[in-house]
Design a protein around this ligand. Structure first.
Ligand code: BES
Ligand code: ZN
Ligand code: ZN
Length: 496
């Protein structure tokens, strides 16, 4: 989307003019006088057809204006105005414009007590997050396209330099969100280990600050990544371990490790998933997509931080060669694991990835992201990711980033007593306990077994938030949300 700024008098021709105002008469009048449309547009508010509640929209058709239509946009009550209400209302306006195929749009910036920078940041996020579509698979035999039109250019009426700079920043971050969504929305058969590896290589080509290394199957064998290799045994394609290095601050030794689960499809393996649980499993590489999206965003922003991204990429397929329940495999770290359930594969590949990261790179902290358990969806639903951490300060920093981005997280406890469930009679540990009790906690405890003493670590279980069962937030136009990219960038920026 092309962004420009203009004044009310000098605004260009467009398909629509977005005119935001508050819930209530006073707010409405202020907006109208600002746009000098007072005499023409008092009507809908007086009649009561339009109140100005958050995200409410109404098209009006006026003559003598540079725009074909006027879109009234409700911002809700001025008292409850927040960054998130700005994101939501402006994304509703974007959706309304898309429905009318408006390519060129003018937007009046609302008068608020909020600082211009804060307003522009939230507004740009709402607009850009909503102006996304995934129509790769929408094709008609007749050749006519079913594609969702997007806004191509947006002119900010009353905008200044700060406003333009905030839009530029958001465009870079949200390019990472788009990338993550594209990868998750894509077919499982189109997005797999080698596709993710290619994405990582493309990133290194596009940005000089990024270096990509891909470990092939034979290298993984040399590394003795027994758990990762076991999970991929039933798959047609080779596994890969993808390592992305982004050095944004050569003078600093501070490095954040980010690790993302990359299961291109999770059948459950021999413990096959039933109908109702298996359909969304192309999204089981969402953690990997978030890592790729975050590194893209960081590189585009020229963020002055150092990041190491690690992606274990496999497919948990079912086949004569699949790894078997009851068998024991050895991890790269050395511990042996009895496979109590082949569907608890995420923790297995993450264990080997975490061990590789800690042995080969000096990291100051590790954050992993994984669509790890159905239990976290039961506990928190689709609005919040589960946050587990062995350090309160790290958890607090992530929570602060979550507040700012409205990518909600909820801290979950690492209850050490539940390690009991992971005890095995034949191996050093099992990959799951017998019952489902505290499933997301047990999964996190398994990962913690592969974190070295003293290493600050946080685990985000994004099983509920990465891929939705239905569309809810107005700025999530597809089931894949790209969750984690904005959160991690905000977190990284907050590090001193
Ligand atoms: N990929 C799933 C978790 C998942 C569930 C992601 C729902 C997204 C939505 C994971 O590999 C899995 O199958 N976990 C099992 C663990 C169990 C066997 C202990 C689960 O949650 O049922
Ligand atoms: Zn699974
Ligand atoms: Zn899985």
């Amino acid at each position: 989307m092309k962004i420009s700024v203009a004044t009310a008098k000098k605004r260009k021709r467009a398909d629509a003019l977005i005119l935001p105002f508050w819930d209530g008469k006073k707010g409405a009048e202020a907006a109208f006088s600002l746009s000098r449309l007072a005499t023409l547009t008092k009507l809908p508010v007086k009649v009561g057809d339009f109140k100005g509640s958050e995200g409410e929209t109404l098209f009006l058709y006026l003559s003598g204006q540079p725009e074909k239509r006027l879109l009234l946009l409700g911002l809700g009550k001025q008292k409850s105005f927040s960054a998130e209400s700005v994101r939501r209302s402006f994304s509703a306006a974007v959706r309304a414009c898309q429905r009318k195929k408006c390519a060129q749009v003018n937007l009046f910036l609302p008068e608020t007590e909020m600082e211009m920078g804060c307003l522009a940041r939230a507004l740009s996020e709402g607009v850009l997050l909503a102006n996304y579509t995934f129509d790769l698979y929408k094709k008609r035999a007749s050749g006519e396209s079913e594609k969702q039109p997007l806004i191509e250019s947006l002119s900010l009426i009353g905008g200044d330099k700060i406003c333009a700079a905030e839009f530029a920043r958001s465009q870079k971050i949200i390019s990472g969100v788009y990338k993550a969504r594209d990868l998750v929305n894509g077919n499982a058969d189109d997005v797999y280990a080698q596709t993710l590896a290619q994405e990582a290589k493309d990133l290194a080509k596009e940005f000089s600050g990024v270096k990509t290394t891909v470990l092939s199957k034979s290298q993984l064998e040399k590394e003795k990544m027994g758990l990762l290799l076991a999970v991929n045994r039933g798959a047609m394609r080779d596994p890969a371990l993808i390592v992305l290095e982004y050095r944004g601050d050569a003078r600093s030794k501070d490095v954040t490790g980010i690790v993302g689960k990359g299961v291109s499809f999770d059948t459950g393996g021999i413990n096959l998933k039933p109908r109702g649980s298996i359909e969304d499993m192309k999204a089981d590489m969402s953690g990997a997509a978030t890592v790729l999206g975050t590194i893209r965003a960081a590189a585009a922003l020229k963020l002055k931080k150092n990041i190491i991204g690690v992606i274990p990429a496999v497919e948990n397929a079912i086949d004569a060669n699949s790894y078997k329940p009851g068998d024991v495999y050895q991890s790269r770290e050395g511990k042996t694991v009895e496979i109590a359930d082949t569907d608890a594969e995420g923790r297995l590949i993450l264990a080997d990835a975490l061990s590789y990261l800690q042995d080969n790179y000096k990291v100051s902290r590790i954050i992993d992201l994984a669509t790890l358990t159905g239990s976290i969806v039961v506990a928190l639903g689709e609005e919040a990711s589960g946050l587990f951490s062995n350090r309160d300060d790290l958890a607090k920093q992530i929570e602060a980033a979550s507040e700012k981005t409205a990518e909600r997280v909820w801290r979950m406890p690492l209850i050490a007593e539940y390690k009991e469930y992971l005890k095995s009679t034949i191996a050093d540990m099992k990959n799951v306990g017998g019952a489902r009790k505290g499933g997301s906690i047990v999964a996190a405890l398994f990962l913690q077994e592969f974190i070295k003493p003293g290493m600050p670590w946080a685990h985000l279980d994004i099983a509920g938030t990465a891929y939705l069962s239905e569309l809810k937030r107005p700025y999530h136009p597809t089931l894949a949300t790209g969750v984690g990219v904005r959160l991690l960038i905000e977190f990284l920026e907050s590090l001193e």
